[in-house]
Write a protein that binds this ligand. Structure first.
Ligand code: NAD
Length: 471
């Protein structure tokens, strides 16, 4: 596939193979863009600012609706591409596509709801004038979108669609591990907006990503990815407006008064979906000792039902992780935890890029497996006594993306909602839930700013005050 700059599809001699992690086959190639390409894309996005600003809100909304229809029409093909490049089971890739269509539709609607407000300027003691003010929400200009491999279409859309709704232009840099479906998305959006409004440059993060982050001609960076890259970007962005959606280490608290069957269902899908490569995946299961054994028996039984295999098979639950290095890192973390005293209850083995769904008991927060984010199909169990200790362990982390709590006691639910430090606390639901309209974004090292269409649109605008004095 090719890059998209200023409405043209551009190839390069230098290319990267995009490999299918299931069998190592080349799915396609993409050009390795360089600094010249990044500059061309940034210049094109700057030149295109007038063309999108000249569109009415209705025209922008219609263009987003039309793009949404085209995306829906091509959903199955793009879902297949996601499966091939990421190794995501097709049944989950199709859900990503349904959500992507929803994200675009919500953005088309939000494009018609960008309001300013009237401001009472006659509160100033320094004047008796009749003075009226109102605000206008105006676009930021050029938005740089930098995204990870795990939800290559919907996470890109969470930046691009609200940015377009607010009449910004875009330079997107998809992950080099999964650029194909994102390039398809760029192509579709480009069919409905003037040339140069959407640009997509493939290449290395340290080169193309850094060029966007450091360019004075890019007005905002919206980044989703790891904490390490996010912190590096914020050190390079020198005062530029940033949204950072970073890693997570989300807990699932199962308290003594939980509905165990429901908690087990949440644990299985939260910990193992997309082979655990989900920022809001369940990464620590905090179990009250009173119900731990009952929970574990059922959890192992349900985990055994998961089908590992070819992502394109319709009934596959778990595919490979993104590449062999990632699988080796997971293996090391699991083996280290076992050396440090964790008990392996299920799984634990690697086969090339595959890692079995793995359950470890008697894990504690000093183990690297849970002190840091492990991006794999691992369910570490941490045993506690009572709600106080459960909340303490939940908060004993640098991360704070989302948290799930299973309890049928309203007081425990309210305490967890108040005291767990995270961007969202979900009662009787796993942390892995996200509706595309909800405010989304972590606390602590998990990020800065909010996505979710209405909230992202606000962040894609600047506020201008206009004042009138009556003479
Ligand atoms: P990553 O940080 O390695 O890469 C993310 C993007 O940053 C890629 O496009 C990469 O090319 C680019 N990049 C790398 N170095 C850069 C630099 N110096 N300057 C600018 N850009 C650079 O992340 P990943 O491995 O692709 O994804 C997994 C991580 O993403 C996990 O930590 C996961 O939790 C996180 N994530 C967070 C969310 C969220 O919404 N909070 C969602 C999905 C994934």
């Amino acid at each position: 596939m090719k890059m998209l700059i200023n409405g043209e599809f551009i190839d390069k001699e230098d290319k990267q193979n995009i490999l299918n992690p299931f069998n190592g086959e080349v799915v396609d190639t993409v050009p390795i863009g360089d600094l010249g390409d990044a500059k061309y894309a940034i210049d094109s996005a700057n030149l295109a600012k007038k063309s999108i600003c000249d569109m009415s809100a209705k025209e922008v909304s219609n263009a987003l609706y039309e793009a949404c229809c085209e995306l829906e029409e091509k959903s199955k093909k793009i879902a297949k591409l996601i499966s091939l490049e990421v190794g995501k089971p097709y049944k989950h890739a199709i859900v990503e596509m349904q959500r992507s269509v929803e994200t675009l539709k919500l953005s088309a609607e939000e494009a018609k709801r960008i309001y300013g407000e009237s401001v009472p300027l006659d509160v100033a003691g320094s004047t008796d004038d009749k003075f009226y003010g109102f605000t206008k929400k105006i676009p930021l200009g050029v938005v740089g979108s930098i995204t990870p491999f795990n939800f290559p279409v919907n996470l890109a859309l969470h930046k691009i669609a609200p940015a377009l709704a607010a009449k910004n232009t875009i330079v997107m840099k998809p992950s080099m591990e999964a650029p194909l479906s994102a390039l398809k998305l760029a192509e579709i959006l480009n069919n409905h907006f003037p040339k140069g409004v959407i640009n997509a440059v493939t290449g290395y993060g340290s080169e193309i990503g850094d060029a966007l982050v450091t360019s004075p001609d890019v007005d905002k960076i919206s980044f989703t990815g790891s904490v390490a890259t996010g912190l590096f970007i914020s050190s390079r962005a020198r005062g530029k407006k940033l949204t950072l959606e970073l890693g997570g280490n989300d807990p699932l608290l199962v308290l003594e008064d939980a509905n165990i069957q429901e908690a087990v269902k949440a644990a299985v899908s939260g910990a193992f979906s997309n082979s655990g490569q989900v920022c809001i995946g369940v990464k620590r299961i905090i179990l009250d000792n009173k119900i731990a054994d009952e929970f574990i028996d059922l959890f192992i039984k349900e985990t055994k039902k998961l089908k590992i295999g070819n992502p394109l098979d319709k009934d596959t639950d778990l595919g490979p992780v993104i590449d062999e290095n990632a699988a080796i890192n997971i293996e090391e973390s699991v083996n280290n935890a076992i050396k440090d005293g964790a008990d392996l209850l299920y799984g634990g083995k690697r086969d090339n890029c595959f890692f079995e769904p793995t359950i470890l008991d008697n894990v504690n927060m000093s183990m690297d497996l849970v002190a840091n984010e492990t991006f794999g199909p691992i369910a570490p169990l941490i045993r506690v006594n009572g709600v106080d200790e459960a909340i303490k362990v939940a908060n004993d982390t640098q991360y704070g993306l989302q948290a799930g709590v299973f309890t049928e006691n309203v007081n425990n639910a309210l305490r967890c909602a108040d005291e767990i430090v995270a961007g969202a606390v979900l009662i009787n639901k796993a942390s892995s839930f996200r509706a595309d309209n909800m405010p989304f974004g972590g606390f602590k090292s998990s990020g800065m700013g909010k996505e979710g269409i209405k909230y992202a649109v606000e962040d894609m605008c600047k506020t201008k005050l206009i004042a009138f004095r009556q003479l």
